[in-house]
Design a protein around this ligand. Structure first.
Ligand SMILES: Cc1cc2nc3c(=O)[nH]c(=O)nc-3n(C[C@H](O)[C@H](O)[C@H](O)COP(=O)(O)OP(=O)(O)OC[C@H]3O[C@@H](n4cnc5c(N)ncnc54)[C@H](O)[C@@H]3O)c2cc1C
Length: 439
């Protein structure tokens, strides 16, 4: 953290040793890396800050985010919106740079955000490009050296600094910030290689799995429903852990299911499988209703309109195609009038509506996942600075860490918050370890 006398700190550190011309090398120029560069450059004007990225053009993931509109953050972000390592750790990092600060930051760099459903904040331009352009312009304005097509192959500590092999050159830096992301959408350049750097520098990895990924189903129930979306409650039940219940929109697809509630559920399915636990996913077509309430609903429908056909009656609560598929699957004739629905059929129907098993074969994997669960263990990171507890001078930010947020702008907020804390840490590291850095 910056000490009491920031000016003194900067003056002292700007007399940088010639053997370490670069003060901060940020490996990875995605959301977390670019934000770290900006926040660090604001704190330490005049210091040499470099962003190295393997991609020819930076920000691929920012550009595809939110369907090309970039859901930058959420109005309300709490530690409960995240899974992974210590909730207390996440809480501290979010508190240091909450989503309100993200809104202010983007306003400062010329991007106004507007709230949509569920508190999601998007740029008023509705274009992710606006977000990326503003970040790059601010980094340039602050004198950050951005080097695309510099894929880092190796990072090793050397004489109190780091030697970084990138793009055929060797760069010497006094501090390294690992911002290489996770493994989701590897074609963007985030292919998990950063995990290897972290491990080589002494860190432990919590096993990684895809998160926020569509789910592939067995059987053919989903096939005729492709394209239909509606609200459901999903339950992920794994042996020896509490059930996870999630509500939201589900989209039936040709391969299985997608939509926000499915994406959020996918990490729980994957974690259970990775931990060797049996796991089942079931669907409640009538979110918020239990058996008694659902049966009451059907009885009320019968009393109000006894001659209405069952399929039509169900259509008040479900898309017609879904109602038809359920009835066909349960071998209940949809043309039966409500008055003629037998008690045993009603009970089978209610049971089916509330606990429909989803035969999950797998998720669509990293190629379609929006995030990575698992990563560098938080127990090895200082939450006040994002500094490694294993390797002096190393900092870690963003998705490389064992933190994954739910759908709604939370993963980017983690990138901005952890970046802000790391910038504070990098500037503070200059004050707290002068002897080592002057080596
Ligand atoms: C399709 C999609 C949509 C999404 N939409 C949203 C959304 O709307 N809102 C939200 O909050 N989150 C969203 N996310 C998640 C969000 O994009 C990520 O959580 C976030 O980008 C992580 O930021 P990061 O900087 O940690 O990692 P990344 O954005 O993955 O950046 C890592 C960077 O490191 C570089 N890199 C990797 N290895 C090396 C190396 N060896 N040398 C040099 N450079 C390297 C990569 O090229 C990349 O530029 C979405 C993700 C996807 C895939």
């Amino acid at each position: 953290m910056l000490g009491g006398d920031e000016t003194t700190t900067i003056n002292r550190v700007t007399t940088a040793p010639t053997r370490s011309p670069i003060d901060v090398a940020i490996v990875g120029g995605g959301a977390a890396g670019l934000a770290t560069a900006i926040f660090a450059a604001r704190r330490m004007p005049g210091r040499a800050i470099v962003v190295l990225d393997g991609a020819k053009k930076l920000g691929a993931k920012i550009l595809v985010a939110g369907g090309g509109r970039c859901n930058v953050t959420n109005r309300l972000v709490t530690a409960a919106d995240f899974c992974g390592g210590s909730r207390n750790f996440v809480k501290r990092v979010l508190a240091a740079h909450p989503s309100a600060d993200t809104v202010s930051f983007f306003r400062e760099i010329g991007v106004e955000l507007v709230a949509e459903e569920h508190g999601k904040l998007f740029p008023t331009t509705n274009r992710a490009q606006t977000v990326l352009d503003a970040l790059l312009a601010e980094a340039n304005r602050l004198g950050v050296s951005i080097r695309p097509a510099h894929r880092v192959n190796d990072i090793h500590p050397s004489d109190g600094a780091f030697q970084i092999e990138a793009g055929g050159t060797t760069i010497c830096a006094r501090h390294v910030v690992l911002a290489t992301g996770g493994q989701s959408l590897p074609k963007t350049g985030s292919d998990g290689v950063g995990f290897g750097f972290a491990r080589a520098l002494g860190h432990t990895l919590v096993p990684v799995t895809p998160a926020l990924a569509p789910l592939v189903l067995e059987g053919g129930f989903h096939t005729p429903l492709s394209g239909v979306a509606h609200d459901v409650e999903l339950t992920v039940s794994a042996a020896h852990v509490k059930d996870v219940r999630l509500c939201g929109a589900l989209l039936w697809t040709h391969f299985g299911v997608s939509g926000p509630v499915v994406l959020d559920a996918s990490r729980h399915w994957h974690r259970a499988r990775a931990e060797g636990r049996d796991v089942e996913v079931s669907l409640n077509f009538l979110p918020g209703r239990d058996f008694a309430a659902a049966e009451r609903m059907l009885l009320d429908l019968t009393a109000a309109a006894p001659n209405t056909r069952l399929q039509r009656a169900l259509g008040r609560y479900l898309p017609a195609r879904v109602a038809q598929a359920i009835l066909e699957n349960l071998a209940i004739d949809g043309s039966t009038s409500m008055a003629h629905l037998r008690k045993d059929q009603r009970r089978v129907l209610v049971h089916g509506l509330l606990t429909w098993p989803l035969p999950v074969r797998d998720s669509r994997g990293y190629a379609y996942a929006e995030a990575t669960a698992g990563g560098v263990s938080l127990s090895e990171i200082d939450p006040s600075s994002m500094a490694s507890r294993k390797c002096t001078g190393l900092f870690l930010v963003g998705e490389i860490l064992d933190v994954d947020g739910r759908i709604g702008g939370f993963n980017f907020q983690w990138a901005w918050s952890s970046a802000w804390v790391a910038a504070r840490g990098v500037s503070g590291a200059g004050t707290s370890q002068p002897e080592q850095e002057a080596n």
